[in-house]
Design a protein around this ligand. Structure first.
Ligand code: LLP
Length: 432
């Protein structure tokens, strides 16, 4: 049983992704190497859209959270799959723009957008500003006035819902830097202020409770609270907010222990909560937006490395050093995330060893994982780390001046380079 539907094995006992031999890709493009299965990503986009259509009707948008994996080619896939995109910086916005992505389907997030970013977003015709705070709202109003336009906004609400996930990736609680709270009338006052501004049109409300969440209840709870808020604004301010954005956060499998729910089941749960609540409160079903990131790409990406050394420290542990590490996957260093590693050249060999996979930075915490189960390895063997399609390439760095790996997609049995390997020249390009 493979961790992800895009992985399999061939007659040579090699790992395949999207039917393509992984050791052959490693030979062709070198290591470290990110490989993504484009067909699986596309079918997951379709699965989300089909589930929304089935359970909610046509009034929806699935906006991929670009922060999970942002490249021009990804925006091309998203545009073709009729997806929207959540962007969170001028850089992501610019990438979407340069990829020719339809900007009216872009949601611009961020808890501290700069004036330059706001101007870029306005001039490029971004679909929605997801305003975070009142200071930003008044800056946006002023900039829109100066540019002679009206900004369509949604704003981020902290619903105060507890999501059971890592502390650093929880965002729906009141003690968070993002958005305005439902309690103490913060959100209500925000809506009132927005409605009084000439160059702002209040279109929607947004919440995002966290990431890598397996439990459906927090999403349902958040949806209920958000509809209650829309109803309150309608009854007390006489204004019906037309759009509800419930964010992303749906969990995926990093190891055999993870047991995420099916997309259809998740979508059915929160859409039925929304539909039930709107009919109770006698308001129109809002245009419903969701922003899955991780669940669209993480399972369909792997990273392939070459082993450099195997260091046995008697009675302590075995370190397997690879030619990448925290610079291409900082998630163990940041969140102690667990991953699954396999040997793509000998996929059927039993995982009899317990090893710590270490990167090559001058940093003891530069690990892919501690006590991982893999078959015996030796220098020059390939190691593939699975489910690295989200928050790996997008969070990669050049610490220790290590160039970032290339990204290759596979589709219909063929590979395509979508991001080149960084060169040393790239590393010094901005040095003066
Ligand atoms: N929408 C908003 C407003 C968000 O802040 C996020 C994620 C998403 C959607 C997408 O959430 P997803 O479906 O990917 O869970 N770097 C961390 C994850 C940080 C997520 C931040 N926001 C990690 O590697 O786990």
């Amino acid at each position: 049983m493979f961790l992800s539907s895009c992985l399999s094995e061939n007659s040579e006992g090699h790992l395949t992704i999207g039917g393509v031999d992984v050791p052959a890709l490693a030979r062709e493009y070198g290591t470290p190497l990110y490989i993504m299965d484009e067909d699986a990503i596309r079918s997951t986009c379709r699965e989300y859209r089909k589930a929304m259509l089935r359970h909610y009707g046509k009034n929806f948008l699935v906006a991929f959270a670009s922060k999970a994996f942002c490249t021009k080619y990804m925006y091309k896939i998203l545009a073709e799959e009729n997806m929207g995109a959540d962007v969170v910086s001028g850089g992501e916005l610019y990438t979407a723009l340069k990829a020719g992505f339809p900007m009216n389907r872009v949601y611009f997030h961020g808890n501290n957008k700069t004036d330059d970013e706001i101007k870029l977003a306005l001039s490029s015709g971004v679909g929605r500003f997801v305003a975070d705070n009142t200071e930003e709202l008044s800056r946006l109003n002023e900039i829109a006035a100066a540019e002679g336009c009206v900004a369509d906004i949604s704003f981020r609400i902290k619903p105060g819902v507890e999501a059971h996930t890592h502390e650093f990736i929880k965002t729906g609680q009141i003690d968070s830097k993002f958005g305005v709270a439902l309690i103490n009338d913060e959100a209500f006052d925000f809506a009132k202020t927005a409605l009084g501004l000439k160059n702002i049109r209040l279109v929607g409300v947004h919440c995002h409770i966290g990431s890598q969440i397996f439990d459906i209840d927090p999403f349902v709870h958040a949806a209920d609270l958000m509809i209650d808020f829309i109803s309150r604004v309608k009854s007390e301010l006489g204004y019906e907010i037309a759009e509800l954005n419930l964010g992303g956060g749906f969990g995926i499998r990093y190891t055999e222990k993870d047991d995420p729910k099916q997309i259809d089941e998740i979508v059915k749960s929160f859409t039925s909560a929304v539909l039930k609540k709107v009919s109770e409160n006698n308001i129109k079903p809002p245009f419903l937006v969701i922003e899955p990131g991780r669940s669209i790409v993480a399972p369909y990406g792997i990273t392939v490395y070459t082993v450099g050394s195997v260091k046995h420290i008697k009675n302590i542990r075995t370190y397997v050093s690879i030619d990448g590490g925290m610079t291409d996957n900082p998630r163990y260093a940041l969140y102690q995330s667990e991953y699954t590693a396999v040997l793509p050249e000998r996929i059927n060999e039993p995982a009899t060893e317990t090893v710590t996979i270490a990167g090559r930075c001058c940093e003891s915490g530069d690990l892919i994982g501690k006590d991982m189960k893999i078959p015996p390895v030796k220098p020059n063997d390939l190691i593939a780390v699975l489910s690295t399609g989200a928050y790996n390439y997008s969070m990669a760095s050049n610490y220790n001046r290590i160039p970032r790996p290339p990204v290759v997609t596979v589709s219909g049995g063929k590979s395509r380079l979508i991001v080149r390997r960084e060169s040393y020249e790239d590393l010094i390009r901005n040095d003066i």
